[in-house]
Design a protein around this ligand. Structure first.
Ligand code: ADP
Ligand code: ZN
Ligand code: ZN
Length: 818
C-alpha cells in the first residue's frame, strides 16, 4: 500500500498538501517533523508533517519528498492544535501561522534568499525609496525571495537595489539550500592522546626544554587542568600561558595538543550570583495571592487589577516559583520586550539561569536555541519571558501563563497574518495545557474587566501602592486659559514650569509625555494655507528639525525643509502642532543647565538603544526624559517625582471607539511613573478640556466610573465587548477598482446575513505607499455563531475571487480589530 503524508507549507494555502513517502521514510517520520518538499515547477520548501495516511490525493499526483530534516519532532501536537485555532479564529491559513510561528532559520528554502541583517544599525534616511521598501519588508518577513522583491518594488532589475543594501550591510544573501541553523561551537584544547602515558609525557617535556615558549604552553595547560577540572578553552590557554595563537597552533600541528569543539548555547547570562529568595509580601499582596490561588481552582483565567506600583510583579514571582517547583514551565508575556530590561534583571535575581528570553531582536540562531531548549524542557528554559511571539514556542509542560499589562494594544499583531491577539491566544493555549493564566494590569481592558465582572474570569485586586506610598497627586491645567492670559512659555504652562523647577531643585527627575515624535506634525504656509504632502500617501509630511527634513511616517519619503512655500512661494512658513523634538528643544532653552533626554521611535532604532536610555536615566545621567508612549510600559524609576503630560487632547480626539479607554489607560500608566518610592508623586496634565469626563476619572483614579460609562457607550454603538467586530480591508492602487470591489463585497455581506455591516469607508489616511485603502467593519452580536459568520464571509470571498475585474485587490481580515 502506498503511504502519504499531509504537510503544512509555509505559504498561504487553504489546504494541506499531500506527498508520497517510502516505507523506509515512513518508519522514520513522526508528526511534527520537517521535510523538504518540491512545490510547483522549481520551488523547494520546508514543510511540516501533520498526518500519515494511505489516501492518494484525488486531483493531483502526489510527488515524493526530498528529504527528512529532523530526527525528532520540533513541533508538538498541542502546538498544532493551537495553530489550527489561530488560523480558524483569525481567518488566515495554517501556512501563515506556521511561517510566523517558527524561527525562520528552521525554514529551509530554495533559490536565493534575502535575509535582513538584524545586527546592522541602518540610517533609514540614507536609503533610496526602493531600498527602503525592501528593507522595511524584511522587518516583517525575515526572508524574501528574489521574486518577492521584484513584486515589492515593481521592477525586474533589482540587482542594483540588492547591491546597495549589501554594501551598507542591511541584508545577507543565501544561495544554496541548507540548514541555516549552526550551533555556536567553542574551541577547546587538550593534550594529545599519545601523551597519556607518563613515559611519553616525560619524553615530551624533555624535548621541549629547547623550546621554552612551547614548554610554557604545556605547563600552563597542566596548571589549568589541575585547578579547573573542566575542559580548557583555547583562548583561556592563550591567556594563561601568555603566548601567541601561533605557538599553540605549532603544538597542535605537532600533535602535542589536540583541539576539539563543544557546542555551546549563545543565550547565556552573565549571572553566577546567588539567587535571592522572593520578597515577603505585604498583607494586600498576600490577600491578592490567596484570592488568585483560590480562583485558579475553579477559574483557570484570573485578572489581577493592582494600581501602579502595588507590587504585582512580586505576586507573579510567588506564582512562578510555585509553578517551577512543580516541575512545570512558566510563560511571562510582556507587551514589548525591548523595554523590559528592568523586569528581566529583576526576575534573574530570583530565577537566575532558569530564564530564557525570547526576543524579536535576537538573531535567527539565538531564536532556534531558545526553541530547542523549550522543546526539550531544559533547565534553562523553565521561565520564558517574551513578547507575543513567545506564545508559539514548543512548550513541553506549561503550568502558568502571566500576561503583564494585559490592556496593551501591542499584544495584537497588526501585520502580517496571523493577526492574533496574544492575550486571547494565550488563554486558548492555557486551555490546551489546562494551566493557570493570570492577566495583570493597573488599568485592565474593558474586555477583560467585563469578563471578570461577569465571572467568566476570576478576579483579585490590590488598591494600595507598596510601602503605602500615596497615589500621585494629579492636577489638570487649562491651557486655553493660560494662552488667553499669555502665561504660556512655548508649550509649557506656568504651573508645569514651576513644578519642573522645584523638582529639579530637589535633585529629582522629571518625565514629560508627548505622544508625537518629530518636531511638529505639519509645516504650513500662513499666506496660502498649503502644507507639503507625501506623494505616495494621503498625509502631510512631518517636520523633523534635527534632520532638517520633512518626513512621511507611513512610507519614509522625505525632502529637505523648503525655505519657501512650494505652492505660492512666500517665506511665511510656520509649524502647527508639536512633537517630542520640540519639547526637548524648548526645555534646553528654558532649563539650560538641566540634562534632557528623549525616548521615541527616532531615538531608539539600534539594538540596545532602549536599554541605554533607560539605564542613563536610572543612573541619573539625565534630569528630564521626554518621550512618547514608550515611557508608559512598566518602567520603575526610583527618583522620578514629576510627570507632565504636554497635551492630553490629541489622545482624546483620536477617531476610534477605544480612544477614551486608551486615554484613561495611557495617562494613568504615565502618571504611575511618578513617586514610586517614598514621597507622593506629582502629575500635571495640560489640556484644552479640563472638564472632560475621562480626565476627571484619571485624576481621581475612578476606573470603575470609566468602565461603566465606556461599557454603556459600547452597548449603545454595538462595539466590543458587547459585539464582536471583524474589519475587512481592501487594498489596490487604482482608486476606481478599489471602490467597486469593496462596494461589491459589502453588498454581498449585507445580503448574506443578519450581521451589521458598516462601510466601505476610507480611513483618515486613505492612501499609503500608493495603495488606496478602504475598510468594511462588521459587528456580530454575541448570540450569532462566529464560525458560521466567518464561513459566510469566506464564501463571499470565493465568489469575489472569481470576478475577473477585481483581480489584484487585496483583502485583509482583522478579527477583533483594534
Ligand atoms: P507594579 O508591577 O504593581 O507596578 P512592582 O511590582 O514594580 O509594582 O512594585 C513596585 C516597587 O515596590 C518595586 O520597586 C518593588 O521592588 C517593590 N516591592 C513590591 N512588593 C514588595 C515586597 N513585598 N517587598 C519589598 N519590596 C516590594
Ligand atoms: Zn503658500
Ligand atoms: Zn508616505
Amino acid at each position: 500500500m502506498e503511504i502519504f503524508i499531509n504537510v503544512i507549507l509555509p505559504i498561504p494555502l487553504e489546504k494541506h498538501f499531500t506527498y508520497r513517502i517510502s516505507e523506509n521514510e515512513a518508519s522514520q517520520l513522526k508528526l511534527g517533523m520537517r521535510v523538504a518538499v518540491p512545490f510547483g515547477k522549481t520551488k523547494l520548501y520546508t514543510a511540516l508533517v501533520v498526518e500519515l495516511h494511505n489516501r492518494p490525493p484525488l486531483v493531483y499526483e502526489a510527488k515524493a519528498i526530498h528529504d527528512i530534516l529532523d530526527e525528532e519532532p520540533i513541533v508538538t501536537s498541542i502546538q498544532l492544535k493551537h495553530w489550527q485555532w489561530i488560523a480558524d479564529y483569525y481567518m488566515c491559513t495554517l501556512g501563515e501561522v506556521f511561517r510566523s510561528a517558527i524561527p525562520s532559520a528552521l525554514l529551509l528554502e530554495s533559490e536565493t534568499l534575502i535575509l535582513p541583517n538584524k545586527d546592522a544599525i541602518i540610517d533609514e534616511d540614507q536609503l533610496k525609496d526602493d531600498d527602503f521598501l525592501v528593507y522595511e519588508a524584511l522587518k516583517y518577513q525575515n526572508i524574501l525571495h528574489v521574486n518577492d522583491i521584484m513584486e515589492i518594488v515593481e521592477k525586474k532589475n533589482i540587482l542594483p537595489i540588492l547591491n546597495r543594501l549589501i554594501k551598507i550591510n542591511a541584508i545577507v544573501l543565501k544561495e544554496e539550500i541548507h540548514e541555516q541553523y549552526k550551533p555556536k561551537m567553542v574551541r577547546y584544547v587538550r593534550l594529545g592522546q599519545r601523551y597519556n602515558s607518563e613515559v611519553e609525557l616525560e619524553v615530551l617535556l624533555n624535548s621541549l626544554t629547547r623550546a621554552p615558549k612551547q614548554s610554557q604552553v604545556v605547563l600552563s595547560l597542566f596548571h589549568l587542568q589541575a585547578t579547573k577540572k573542566k575542559p580548557i578553552k583555547l583562548n583561556e590557554l592563550e591567556i594563561e600561558s601568555k603566548s601567541s595563537r601561533a605557538v599553540i597552533r605549532a603544538l597542535i600541528n605537532k600533535e602535542v595538543l589536540e583541539e576539539y569543539f563543544i557546542q555551546t548555547d549563545r543565550v547565556v547570562f552573565s549571572g553566577g550570583k546567588e539567587l535571592e529568595p522572593p520578597k515577603e509580601l505585604n498583607e494586600y499582596q498576600v490577600k491578592a495571592l490567596n484570592t488568585i490561588r483560590q480562583s485558579f481552582n475553579k477559574n483557570k483565567v484570573t485578572l489581577l487589577k493592582g494600581v501602579t506600583s502595588s507590587g504585582k510583579t512580586e505576586v507573579y514571582v510567588q506564582l512562578i516559583e510555585e509553578c517551577l517547583s512543580e516541575g512545570k514551565q512558566a510563560l511571562y508575556l510582556v507587551p514589548e520586550i525591548a523595554i523590559t530590561t528592568q523586569l528581566i534583571s529583576r526576575l534573574q535575581e530570583y530565577f537566575g539561569s532558569a530564564i530564557s528570553v525570547f526576543h524579536s531582536k535576537y538573531n535567527m540562531q539565538e531564536k532556534v536555541e531558545v526553541w530547542k531548549n523549550v522543546l526539550n524542557n531544559k533547565s534553562k528554559a523553565q521561565l520564558i519571558i517574551g513578547a507575543r511571539s513567545a506564545l508559539f514556542l514548543p512548550f513541553a509542560n506549561l503550568g502558568l501563563i502571566i500576561i503583564d499589562e494585559e490592556h496593551e494594544t501591542s499584544f495584537k499583531q497588526y501585520d502580517p497574518a496571523p493577526r492574533y491577539h496574544a492575550r486571547d491566544a494565550a488563554i486558548v493555549l492555557g486551555g490546551l495545557f489546562n494551566c493557570n493564566v493570570l492577566l495583570g494590569s493597573a488599568t485592565p481592558s474593558i474586555e477583560s474587566y467585563n469578563n471578570a465582572q461577569t465571572t467568566k474570569y476570576g478576579y483579585a485586586q490590590i488598591d494600595r501602592r507598596f510601602g503605602n506610598v500615596l497615589m500621585p497627586d494629579i492636577e489638570l491645567v487649562d491651557i486655553k486659559e493660560q494662552h488667553r492670559k499669555k502665561r504660556m512659555k512655548g508649550h509649557f504652562s506656568e504651573r508645569l514650569l514651576e513644578e519642573i523647577t522645584e523638582t529639579l531643585d530637589q535633585g529629582e527627575q522629571v518625565i514629560l509625555f508627548q505622544n508625537r515624535r518629530g518636531y511638529a506634525p505639519i509645516l504650513e504656509c500662513t499666506t496660502c494655507g498649503h502644507s507639503p504632502q507625501c506623494p505616495n500617501c494621503d498625509v502631510s509630511l512631518t517636520y523633523h528639525m534635527q534632520r532638517k527634513q520633512l518626513r512621511c511616517h507611513y512610507c519614509g519619503h522625505h525632502i529637505a525643509i523648503p525655505n519657501n512655500c512650494l505652492a505660492c512661494g512666500s517665506n511665511t512658513l510656520d509649524t502647527k502642532g508639536f512633537g517630542t523634538e520640540q519639547v526637548e528643544q524648548e526645555l534646553n532653552t528654558i532649563f539650560p543647565s538641566a540634562k534632557v533626554g528623549r525616548m521615541d521611535l527616532d531615538s531608539t532604532r539600534g539594538k540596545h538603544a532602549h536599554a541605554k536610555i533607560i539605564h542613563a536615566f536610572e543612573n541619573q545621567e539625565m534630569d528630564i526624559l521626554v518621550g512618547t508612549q514608550m515611557l508608559t510600559k512598566g518602567l520603575d524609576f526610583r527618583n522620578v517625582n514629576l510627570v507632565g503630560i504636554m497635551n492630553a487632547d490629541a489622545l482624546l480626539n483620536f477617531p476610534d471607539f477605544r480612544a477614551h479607554e486608551r486615554t484613561y489607560q495611557l495617562l494613568t500608566q504615565v502618571a504611575g511613573r511618578a513617586g514610586r518610592t517614598k514621597k507622593r508623586g506629582k502629575v500635571i496634565i495640560q489640556t484644552y478640556n479640563p472638564y472632560h469626563q475621562i480626565l476627571k476619572q484619571v485624576t481621581t483614579g475612578d476606573y470603575e466610573g470609566m468602565f461603566r460609562e465606556q461599557l454603556y457607550e459600547r452597548e449603545q454603538y454595538k462595539y466590543p465587548p458587547i459585539n464582536r467586530i471583524i474589519r475587512i480591508s481592501f487594498k489596490h492602487k487604482e482608486y476606481n477598482k478599489l471602490n467597486e470591489a469593496s462596494a461589491w463585497f459589502a453588498k454581498a455581506l449585507h445580503n448574506a446575513s443578519e450581521i451589521k455591516v458598516l462601510g466601505p469607508e476610507f480611513p483618515p489616511v486613505a492612501r499609503i505607499r500608493n495603495q488606496y485603502l478602504k475598510h468594511v467593519l462588521i459587528k456580530i452580536p454575541k448570540g450569532v455563531p462566529l464560525q458560521k459568520t466567518k464561513k459566510n464571509i469566506k464564501r463571499i470571498q470565493n465568489s469575489f475571487d472569481a470576478v475577473s475585474q477585481f483581480k489584484g485587490v487585496r483583502i485583509i481580515y482583522n478579527v477583533d480589530y483594534m
